[in-house]
Every structure is written in C-alpha cells, then in structure tokens.
Design a protein around this ligand. Sequence first.
Ligand SMILES: [Zn+2]
Ligand SMILES: [Zn+2]
Length: 258
Amino acid sequence: MKIQLLPSTFDDRGHATLEQRLTCFLIDDRVAVDAGSIAIALSAEQRTTVRDIIVTHPHMDHIASLPIFIDDLYPSLKEPMRIHATKEVIELLERDVFNWNVYPRFSDLQNDYGPVMEYVPIPEDGRCKVAHLDVVAIPVNHIVPTVGLIVSDDRVSIAFSSDTAETDEFWKVLNQTQKLDALLIEASFPNDMAKLAEVSRHFTPASLGKELTKLSHNGMDILAVHLKPSYRDKIIDELNELKIPGLDVMKPGKTYSW
Ligand SMILES: [Zn+2]
Ligand SMILES: [Zn+2]
C-alpha cells in the first residue's frame, strides 16, 4: 500500500515544505483520507483517479479544499465523488459546508454524466469497503464526531488516529487486529501547551507517549502527523525524547510504501 501525506504549503520554487497545515492522505492514488489539501496538491493524473474520500471529521483543516476539488472536476466527473463518512459527519457537512451559502449542495447536482457527489454513510459497526480497501472506522475522542481508521488491502493494514485525545476503543480494535504495519498518529501541540491540547482534544508528545503504552503491537512504523507548524521543531524534539522504537515524523509529499 502506498500512502502520501499531501503537502499543503510550497516554497518559492514550488517544492513541498515540511509544515503540515492541512490534512489529506492519499492511498494508492485512489482513495483520500480527509481532504484538506486535495484540490491543491494532487497531480493531474491523481485528479483523474481519486473518486473516494473518507472524511474523518468536518474540521476545516480536514475538508478545506474538498468543495473546490469537486467544483474543479464538476464538468468532467463521469462518476460521482463518493464521500464516505459517519451519519453525524455527513449531517454536519450538509448543514455547515454544502449548504448553498458556504458552497453549493453538490449532492443535489448533476453534470452531463449524472450526480457529481454522493454520500456513502459508514455503517454503525464501522466496517465498510472503500474502492479496493477494507476500512474499519472507530470513534475517537475529539470535540466533534470523529473516527480513526484501520485501512487494509490483501497484504497490509495501516491505522490512522485522525484528531484525538486519550481514547480506548481505538486501541482495543488495533490490538485485536492480527497484523498492523503502521500507525499514523496525531501529535498536535508541544508539552507546555498541554492545557490547550486538552480542551481542543489533541495529543502532546507527553500524552502521546502515555497513550502508546495502550498499544500491544510491537515493531510497527509509527508516524507522527498533524504537528502544528508554529511548534513543529519543538514537537519533534519532544517526540525524539520519548525514544519510542519506530517513531518518526511523516514527511508531507513523500510516498511511503508498506
Ligand atoms: Zn480536528
Ligand atoms: Zn485537524
């Protein structure tokens, strides 16, 4: 499985920078997990192949350019853009984003080929198929309804925490998963901002270090994501101090393969 954290910022030569402002992971050039930078960072080829987007929660850094992406592709879509999300998240997207005020309600619109956007609700048990992937969605602990994910193909399974603070169900399901190849976990704030991390339901390196003791798998790759750009260096220093084997910071723009 090939995963890329799409960049959201570019330097003056147009190269991706390391700061992660928006969240969008691209899997096998086909499925997106969240859509923060989807309209600005996909290649021309990828724009023709991504038709399934899993939205973990409706925060702006995770959906910022989703409406623009559908708008861009509107005349050329030969199948609808499928938005996979929980019922709660779909309701929030319809109420707050695709509401004719912020942007058109694309789920009501058609081009010459048919509907341009379609919601695919994630069932109550969290298990669904998205393109070629088996997905398990697990509610996590954030300030809006949010799911973490385990995404599997025939060979590998990768877990995404999305945005969360201390949680239990997610780790329980991960620990029950036979083989896990990598965990992409959020680490948003430095340790001295623990209070803000707590009220906004995010991790610091210290709280993440504690949280990872709930994970019984050993030896998998653990990639920290969602580092707030203003504190990036500090968060990286504090993550390194944890000395957790296999823990690294995911680089926007780089393609990882498992
Ligand atoms: Zn969030
Ligand atoms: Zn976020």
